[in-house]
Design a protein around this ligand. Structure first.
Ligand SMILES: [Zn+2]
Length: 226
């Protein structure tokens, strides 16, 4: 009896940290500047790559940007059942640009979105292979065009080790980018030229190069909503 009571007590303590139904998340209340939150963990197709983006108030967006992300995530999941779109930095609630360390972000129209990955044996990974969702860079291949030859780019831009056990999932990433481009509320995407070409979007004018003075954009795609 005493053991049973102790077990219940332990469970009660543990459950304050995460048992039971999914938490209800408030994605409808607007900040004073009119931004709303992206869903953190409660939705099936669209999640934060790390809880910090929610707890540190970096997941605010315009209502249109929220709809763009939900629609794109639903399209990806329809094509690839079980696929979850993970986002990283979006904006803070004040809608002030820029939101450091980004050169933009802050007004609710920009979202950094993780690419999709698979194991080296082509099994889909449920989330990006890094804790933050950033830095899972896809290295260039021989012959790829490098617009930043000889330029030192800021921050950690090292390619991952060659013996890593994961790689880019081109198919799901292509579906994600096509879904975003099909949405006229999307103004442009930022992606490295070698990935733009590899994924088959070489002639797509709305995919731009972010420049050499920022983090590599072959470990995430930056989405700009109108
Ligand atoms: Zn960005």
């Amino acid at each position: 009896m005493r053991n049973a009571r102790r077990l219940l007590f332990v469970l009660a303590v543990l459950c304050t940290a995460g048992c039971g139904p999914r938490p209800v998340e408030d994605t409808t209340s607007a900040s004073a500047a009119g931004l709303v939150r992206l869903p953190c963990r409660a939705e099936v197709n669209l999640k934060a790559a790390h809880s910090n983006y929610c707890t540190l108030d970096r997941n605010w967006v315009t209502p249109d940007a929220q709809a763009v992300m939900r629609d794109a995530a639903a399209q990806v999941a329809a094509a690839h059942p079980g696929a979850v779109v993970h986002y990283m930095e979006a904006s803070w609630p004040s809608a002030q640009r820029p939101m450091p360390p980004h050169l933009s972000h802050g007004d609710g129209r920009q979202i950094d979105v993780a690419l999709f990955y698979e194991t080296s044996k082509a099994a889909p990974l449920p989330r990006p292979p890094t804790p933050s969702g950033y830095y899972a860079f896809e290295p260039m291949r021989d012959g790829d065009f490098d617009p930043c030859v000889g330029v030192k780019r800021p921050g950690n831009n090292r390619s991952p080790p060659a013996d890593r056990n994961w790689r880019l999932d081109e198919e799901r990433t292509r579906t994600l980018i096509a879904a975003l481009l099909a949405d006229n509320r999307v103004r442009r995407l930022l992606l490295e030229p070698h990935l733009k070409a590899r994924l088959g979007f070489a002639n797509e004018a709305r995919i731009r190069f972010p420049g050499c003075n920022t983090l590599r954009h072959d470990g995430h795609v930056h989405v700009d909503v109108r």
